[in-house]
Design a protein around this ligand. Structure first.
Ligand code: DAH
Length: 335
């Protein structure tokens, strides 16, 4: 009986070594320690022992049983992911301080702009990134075969759908939904089928703005843009306004900002010109209003399409656009 007990113990130790999951432990436990298990069967033999043997073997049996219970307890905990290494958990100890994450620099700038516009009564809206030809182009007065389509290299997907090339798609969606008067900004991700370099990426961020009301004029547009720029850069920045063509605004402008990386001397980011196109804008084209059911005789307004990624690069003097989406911690940890 002594031998039986010891070999049982050894067998169990060996089998517990090969455990792969909690169910396996449970099955072994029933097999060996259960009411009809092997240990119980062996212990039934106690009553047949001589009076001399009984106390010694009885004690041994008790010890083996205790050891086995401990072994199974440990295995059960281990397979519940609570390995007990003999270290008590002390909830009063200070936690393990892991490095805390933080926002991507372009999200930081986005939130600053959202704050500035919220104070001017604009609401922040979101919209689809997978878009139809109609909302991305046609309704914005860019019909099929219009050369303006060629300026936005597009990722087409099945069924005349595409990854939106700009946030202007929301001008249409929002006016359709909310009508006039309207005041909103739409930050978001946009896509272009680009060969990437220091100032081009296939995925980047824009922030579109739209204000439609009675008697809105270019003065309102310029004042709004200036408020925005001074709140983001917290300093006076040099800007210039020149005519720009976009089918969905008339007149249209380019608002340029003097390159903060080279201070106007010329560098790879500003293509050696000293200026960066930062904010195309203009007065909303009557055809856009008509497409959304807003009467252009009653309402007018302005729109702008801020290059959020470019603005972020200017603000933090980042000289390669690809860094922003690289996920490279050596870059990201600087913000
Ligand atoms: N959607 C245009 C682009 O991505 C930018 C743009 C130009 C937006 C003029 C506007 C605007 O709202 O008025 O190139």
């Amino acid at each position: 009986m002594e031998i039986k007990l010891k070999s049982l113990k050894n067998r169990i130790i060996k089998e517990l070594d090969e455990v792969k999951d909690a169910k396996f432990v449970a099955d072994l436990k029933t097999k060996y320690l259960g009411r009809k298990g092997e240990l119980a069967t062996i212990l039934k033999g106690l009553k047949d022992l001589t009076i001399e043997e009984k106390p010694r073997i009885g004690q041994l049996a008790n010890e083996v049983k205790k050891e086995l219970v401990v072994l199974f307890d440990r295995a059960e905990k281990l397979w519940h992911g609570q390995a007990d290494e003999g270290v008590d958990f002390d909830p009063t100890l200070p936690g393990n301080r892991k490095d805390k994450g933080h926002l991507n620099p372009s999200t930081i700038v986005q939130y600053e702009i959202e704050d500035a516009f919220s104070k001017m009564g604009f609401t922040v809206y979101d919209g689809p990134q997978l878009e139809s030809d109609y909302y991305n182009f046609t309704a914005l007065n860019i019909p099929e075969d219009h050369p303006a389509r060629d300026t936005q290299d597009t990722f087409w997907v099945e069924g005349k759908n595409l990854l939106r090339t700009h946030t202007s798609n929301l001008q249409i969606r929002m006016l359709e939904k909310h009508g006039a008067p309207f005041r909103g900004i739409f930050p978001g991700r946009v896509f272009r089928y680009e060969a990437t370099d220091a100032s081009h990426d296939h995925t980047f961020y824009q922030l579109e703005g739209l204000m439609i009301d009675k008697d809105i004029n270019i003065g309102n547009l310029i004042a709004t843009m200036k408020t925005l720029l001074s709140s983001v850069f917290q300093t006076d920045v040099d800007v210039r306004l020149r005519p720009g063509f976009f089918p969905f605004v008339e007149p249209g402008f380019e608002m340029d900002i003097k390159c903060l990386i080279c201070d106007g001397d010329g560098c790879s980011v500003c293509k050696q010109s000293g200026w960066l196109e930062l904010m195309p804008c203009g007065m909303v084209h009557p055809k856009v209003l008509e497409a959304t059911g807003v009467d252009p005789k009653e309402y007018s307004g302005f729109a702008f399409g801020l290059g959020l990624t470019r603005m972020t690069m200017m603000k933090y003097r980042i000289d390669d656009i690809r860094l922003l989406q690289s996920g490279d911690l050596r870059f990201l940890n600087q913000f």
